[in-house]
Structures are given as structure tokens and as C-alpha cells.
Design a binder for this molecule. Sequence first.
Ligand code: ADP
Length: 474
Amino acid sequence: MDFAHYIGGEWVADTEITTNTSPANRDDVIGTYARGGAARVDEAVSAAKDALSGWAAASPQIRHDVLERAGALIVERKDELGRLLAREEGKTIAEATGETIRAAQVFKFFAGEALRNTGDAVASVRPGIDVMIEREPVGIVGLITPWNFPIAIPAWKLAPALAFGNTVVMKPAELTPGCAWELAKILDEAGCPAGVFNLVMGPGSKVGARIVEHEDIAAVSFTGSVATGRQVAIDCATRGKKVQLEMGGKNPMVVVDDADLDVAVGASLNGAFFSTGQRCTASSRLIVTAGIYDAFLDRLTAAAADLVVGDPLDAKTQIGPVVDQSQLDQNLGYLALAAEEGCDVRGGGLGNGNGFFMHPAIFAGASNQMRVSREEIFGPMASVIRVADYDEALAVANDTEFGLSSGICTTSLKLASHFRRHANAGMVMVNLPTAGVDYHVPFGGRKGSSYGPREQGSYAREFYTTVKTSYIAP
Ligand code: ADP
């Protein structure tokens, strides 16, 4: 075994291992990683419990310095970490390096947040009494992360958890333990005290389930699939745990007649296909009004066919592989379903090489009622839905069980403003791809996409702290 768990400041080996291979080349072995179970979670929780009172009481300066150093170490190692990320997840080296820099920015932002944890002093309704409202750590926080952003998502859960004085047990996705392991090493080097951060790798059914179940874990932040997320929420609710979920999307990109065609095609291409469509903010429904539909579809089809699919480490590549065989099989299933449901399927063939490569696919002539337009696919595929006008476009955009990100391409301020007000989503994009967000503002959605307080930016404090109201008489 090459890479051990990180528990109580020690590297802890396991007899079982997970072999981490690249989706771009099945023969490229990145390393073997410890594969734990419930007992390792218990050890990690015990270490987190021992460390909690010290970390919760630590000066904000100490917490700031650890996070700031972690951010600096990530920046120093950005090329190496970006390469690891591209190898283990399959996104292009440019996307992977960008994501790594994003992780560093998140750590640095929350280093500052540790110093900005203000409260309120309020006049009491009773004479002579002072009222104070303060934020305290929640306690031990369990973090369960997915494979599609293997360094940014751990960073945006971990950094606020630590900034506000919580201790952490984190479980990364089985497909991408490498980046999470590097984060553990970086936090160790950054001087994070023993037990404050603990990494346990292994299957969701054992490690994840035990995190959700453990009575000493006060809060769980989860990003992953809808099915698992809903179960996590139920299991947390029955145990009285605080819970935050980020799950799927079926994000619409509306293109209206007055759109700038270059902007609309560029934003749709990026939103639908970049990162191989494996983003919860991907545009998987392109909703296009009748007057621009044919021109848009022709341009999009040509642009998608020109995208270079291949080795993520090659700088010319624009679309890397799908993450694994089961995701590829699922994608191919949706490709066949799109044809069965009556779409004009354009593209979508398998790529060359010893990895899980497929070309982007467009489901032209789709309706919003088809399964391919309702279910999250999580691959480089998008429905193109023709509608009569803006009003129908808005209704179709909102007609989904999800509500993460919603986009419109238009040159009309009136339509853009109307859409911004009426899109039933947590994030709205005007003349921009539905994916691609800033790190210092809230991230999250509505309906089936998200549950609980927002992640990222100053809004992250809501989840990672609990409020105490004190009354003081002289
Ligand atoms: P995806 O399809 O994106 O892999 P999952 O919801 O299966 O989505 O996985 C997201 C994260 O949740 C992963 O770290 C996974 O190991 C974990 N997980 C899977 N099943 C469970 C479970 N029953 N309880 C807790 N975590 C789980």
C-alpha cells in the first residue's frame, strides 16, 4: 500500500486497498490507497474528539495561519497536483490546474474568515441586561465528497470547517482518493494539530455510512448523487445531526432569438461538454426559441464535432475521458435511449485509446418530457429543446425536479432581468455558462439539487457554526 489514512496526526495503514487508476489509461496506476471501514471511522472520530476543545479554543490567528499556509503549499505544488488530478479524474490539465488553484484560493479565503467571525451585541428588552449573540463551532464534522472535483470540493468543505473551530473526519470518493490524500499531507505540513483533520478512505457503504451514523459526529456535509444524499439526510435527521447536501442538476440554458449566437454557442458548448459534462452545474437542457433554433443547432453541432477528445495531459485536449466504465456504460445507455425517445442524436461515438473516451453528443429535437431531459446524466450530452418564445422557454427551464443553476443568453436587459427574477434556481447566469462559479459567494440550489445552508463564501458560516445567545446582568 502506497497511501495510508491520516488519523490523529499519524499515517495509518490498512490491509485492504483501493487501486487508483487513470480513466484515460487503464494501465496507468496512480497508487494503492488504504481502504478502511467502520472501525477506522471510529478511530478518527476519537482523535477528532480529543482535538476538539483545543482547536475550538485556538486563537483565530492560529487557525488563520494553518489555512493560509495550506493555501500557499497548494499554490507551490499546483502543477504537480493539477497533473495528479488530471490523471485520477480525467479532466484536462488546464481544468485540473485551475481547480487546484481554486482549492488554494478557498483555503486563503477561509483563513481570512477565521478572523472575521463576528457576533452581535443587542440591547435587551429588560433594563440593565446585555445580550450577546456569538457563533461557536458545531463540533466534529463529517465530510463526504464526490469524485468530480476531487480537490476543490474537499477544500470548500474543509476550509470553513477548520476556520470556525470544528474538527473533521473526511471521506473522499473511492475513485479519487489521491487529491484528498495530498490535502491531508499539506495540512500536516501546514501545522494543523494532530486530530483536527482526519482522512479515512474507503467505500461509501462502510466509511460514509459510519460517518453518518456515528453519534459523536454533529454535522455532515455531503456532495454526491440524489439517491445517496436523500438517504444521508434521512439518517442524519433521525439522529438529530445538522446536514448539508449538494446533489444533482438538470440545468437549463435558454437561448432566445435576440441572443448573440457566438456567445450562446460558446456558453452552451462550455456548459454542456467541458469537464466531460461531469459537473452538477452542467447545461444538460439547451432550450432554444424557434427563430434562432436552426442556426444555433447547426453552429453547436459543428463546434461540438470539432472538440478534441483525448489524453487529459495533452495540452491540445478539450474533453477528457468519462470517469469509469460504469459511468461510460450509463452514458451509452442514455445515448441509446435518446434515439429510442425520438431525438436526432448527433455525435456521441466512442473515442480511441485505452481509456473511457466518448465524443460529446447532442440530442436535437428533444422534448422536456423525455427521460433524457429529466434525469441527470452526468456525461458530455445535452438535449436541445425547441420552444416558441421566451415565456415557454422560462416555463420549460423551471419544469424540472432540480434547481441548481439556470442560464439565459439574450441581448435584452428586460428578458435578462425577468429571467433572473423568475428562474427557480440557486444560481442564475446571464450570457455565461451555467457552470463556472466564484469562490467567495454562495454556491447551492433549490428543490432536488440542495438541502440545508449554502456552501462557500461568507454564507458557509451558517452550516459550520452554531449560535449561542448569552444574557448578562451586572
Ligand atoms: P457518485 O455517483 O457521484 O459517486 P455517490 O452519492 O455514490 O455519488 O457518492 C458520493 C459520495 O458519497 C462518495 O464519497 C461515496 O463513497 C459516498 N457514499 C456512497 N454511499 C454512501 C452511503 N450509503 N452513506 C454515506 N456515503 C456514501
